[in-house]
Write a new protein. Structure first.
Length: 144
């Protein structure tokens, strides 16, 4: 099997994304995955990625989410950040599969790179009708 570098396919994939911020964040997430993979298995070729690599990376990210310092403070990634990183990897590997550069079918990518559950706020904060009225009054008083 001829090794396929991930960078050209990454660059092509990022061009399909609309938002500049999404392109930047997804690019960083893809690079982080291949950096991690290079440290783990000394592999940085797209067609050498396995489902075990995806599962291990997901577990590694999940461990980083749940890690706490010795003082009990959370450290590492938030669940939302881990979910975004995995979404970037899923999208990229599915794109690469259809470009015949990745050997993992999209259904397996989705299964082995599932995002962690992102907790929702229990009680979202809403402005009351009275608060909205006071806010609009203040804006009108200031002439903005």
């Amino acid at each position: 099997m001829v090794p396929i570098a991930y960078e050209p396919m990454r660059d092509l994939y990022l061009k399909t994304l609309e938002s500049t911020q999404t392109r930047r964040a997804y690019g960083e997430s893809i690079d982080s995955f291949f950096l991690w993979l290079g440290r783990k298995r000394h592999v940085d070729y797209l067609n050498h990625v396995t489902v075990d690599d995806l599962a291990d990376y997901r577990d590694w990210l999940k461990g980083r989410v749940e890690t706490r310092s010795r003082h009990g403070d959370p450290q590492g990634y938030s669940p939302a950040t881990a979910a975004r990183k995995l979404a970037a990897i899923r999208g990229f590997l599915k794109f690469a599969y259809f470009g015949q550069a990745c050997l993992i079918p999209p259904s397996q990518v989705g299964y082995f790179a599932k995002s962690p559950r992102v907790p929702r706020k229990a009680n979202p904060s809403w402005l009351t009708t009275e608060e909205i009225a006071r806010l609009l009054l203040k804006v009108q008083e200031r002439g903005n």
